[in-house]
Write a protein that binds this ligand. Sequence first.
Ligand SMILES: *Cc1c(COP(=O)(O)O)cnc(C)c1O
Length: 416
Amino acid sequence: MAITLAGNFAEYREQFALPEGVIYLDGNSLGVLPKATAAAVAKTIEAEWGNGLIRSWNTADWVNAPRRCGDKIARLIGANAGEVIACDSTSVNLFKALLTALALRQDQPQRNVIISDIDNFPTDLYIAQGIRDLLTQKKIDLQFVTRDAMVSTITALGERAAVVMLTQVDYRTGERYDMKAITALAQSKGALMLWDLAHSTCAFPVELNACNADLAVGCSYKYVNGGPGAPAFVFAAKRHLDTLDVAGTSAPISGWFAHEAPFAFDPLFRVVRGIERFTVGTPPILQFAALEAALDMWLTVDMRALRAASVVLTERFIGEVESQCAGFGLTLATPRDANIRGSQVSFRHAHGYAIMQALIARGVIGDFRAPDILRFGFTPLYINEDDVVKAVAHFREVMVSREYERAEFQSRGKVT
Ligand SMILES: *Cc1c(COP(=O)(O)O)cnc(C)c1O
């Protein structure tokens, strides 16, 4: 089975501009450049910006890029056209999604709790703290608990909760929440469920509507390969968009792109209907050109086959590291059960940072997450089992020779 799958994805590998001598296991942090992207961006710069100039907002349909890309992302995450919009960063979209959740529950002021995971990616937790401090009159109570305590916390506090906000795949360990079960639990208490899909989108099939998710956000520069700083996205289920429209609820950030008629230049804000309520201002068109090129490639990918190939790669990597690098103090931080992990494998080691630097110097690029996590992402479109075997051979040499003890591998850059 693995051979057929590798064969299927071999043609995708050709579509990426992989540098010579690099085994790239960091597609979970910044995806590789698709060859089509360079051409697409060049066209947008030269023909659309260079020649078309201001006319391109209409003639090249720049103005609809957020919605058009949103509709394409929708197909990758089990949502419908009109439920997703591409815009801003994940952090900004979390702010908008949380405010929207609170707006949808404002008729129940006793629901003042936001539940999340204390090991969630910090920006998610920071945004929630900022909202609590901004909306002092709501007396928001933040309950950040461990994964082990999540079900009992939702069960105990859910009737006071406005929203449960979780990242489906833990950025450090790669452990995955059961989206359907947690969503159902939160909703059984009357709370809304907000998912962060940063490490899910294009890593495996996501089924937002089949899981009845209320709101979601996600990132496009990781597995999606949309480029550094690619526009992120927001999802809101149609039933909620309809409720917000009927209630006339304002936009979470009332910029002119969230106005019903931006080019009427009306001094009074009137919110647009539908998913566009989540947009704010002028979209970054060059980034959108890069994102759309990646999305067009993704729409040709069989996500189930992708997942099967991802499982083959992660299983192989775990097996190889545990046999080749046994006895060097590495411990698996990722669940052994493939059903509850994303598309990454993490190991803990006291010298994790320096070990990763030594691997990167050898062309095996993963990343490090404090305090002690070596993180390796597996992206079947451009990584195969051969890469896994070669990467682990380097890993073994780094451990056997204690290469990571060299002074050059000890100093930390701003980005790890
Ligand atoms: C990567 C990541 C983000 C990134 O947020 P930005 O605003 O794009 O910097 C947010 N949340 C999670 C869970 C992430 O993994």
